[in-house]
Write a protein that binds this ligand. Sequence first.
Ligand code: SF4
Length: 460
Amino acid sequence: MTTGFPAAAQQALQDTQLRRNLGNATRTIREKRARAVAERPDWEALRAAGSAIKRRVLRHLDEYLLQFEAAVGAAGGTVHWARDAAEAGAVVAAIVRETGAREAVKVKSLTTDEIRLNESLAAAGIDVVETDLAELICQLAGEEPSHILVPAIHKNRVEIRDLFRRAFGRSDLSDDPNELADAARAHLREKFLRARVAISGANFAVAETGSVCVVESEGNGRFCTTLPDTLVTVVGIEKLVPTPEDLEVFLQLLPRSSTGERMNPYTTLWTGVTPGDGPQSFHVVLLDNGRTDVLGDEVGRPTLACIRCSACLNVCPVYARTGGHAYGSVYPGPIGAILTPQLRGVEEASTLPYASSLCGACYEVCPVMIDIPRVLVHLRARVVESGASARSERAAMRALAWTFGDDRRYRRAQKMGRLAGRPFAHDGLIARLPGLGAWTGTRDLRAVRRQTFREWWERR
Ligand code: SF4
């Protein structure tokens, strides 16, 4: 990861088909979101409300978590606490094994992707079938998701047709989206009907009632949460909201920010166990996996307010060109650039805080007002402090500090810079400078002026 993002991004940029797929998809969602948001004159008030609720949750997270645990227990469910991916994987594997099942259906869940749950269950002899269409595409292709909301955004329908032809043995399939969806539906329906265990994530968990909420657009999640006997829901501890009334704010913010829809097609809420209706065994795994460390950092803390809408991805000029795989994490784009280094440690993901032009577009669209550029700059400072930045960069910064620390040294450096840059300057800009290729390869360097302000002033 130390050389991670730049190298992976460079590779992604070579793929013109990928860039075309990404450009079309992000432009469409971006424009749809802008129209949906413009319909609401109270949009800024909604954003402020969402941000305030999340800030309150983070301030009192310990209390809300205990309240949630008690409410789930009172409703007939069981709460398990997992410090990290290994603990969460072991808990889920034990629950599935107890049912005697060797297969589980799963509704799209980034949190389970974060802890690589499919792999740890496979090691325990349990197969997981992804039921979200885009996640299924990624699973069949053996690829990682590349977008929070549209995990297969990097693929076009011809690529998906070829994949389905191979995976389902259906050489007759065309690239008609309806036909492709039908083929996936037939494949999944049979899995739903025989599944005894389902695994889900959750968009929100309500502390007051112990309810869990999944927001999705295909209805497959509802199959998962209603048909099997056992349901295991893996939830990051930051997903809590205090009361059902607070959900109202997020259920307005989320669809408009993510898919540009006024209302989400399938919003499923369930609370504990109801005899004779739905899963009769319900488990919630509350996952930390680095989140309490994020909570402990005052500047980084707002990252935990994220509702995974993906609006920041769709407006990010970096993401729109590199796609999600370059981020080396299930959390791509601007949110990934601040979340992954905090969850894994800045030494592990030292290049991600630099995967941004700091243009601020992500902050403008974020429905819970996370100041992503501020967190990026904060994380860059942490990367430097940790010593994980490039040796050449550290040496350059030390040299700059030495030069700027003394007026005479600074003036001498200006004179030398003017002389050294003169042969390469054209119209006041240097497009190529030996030794500074990494900089001038992607942008021009401004040449040192013929006369500085001080020189001009002294002459007068
Ligand atoms: S950071 Fe904000 S815009 Fe980005 S995914 Fe999270 S909530 Fe959405």
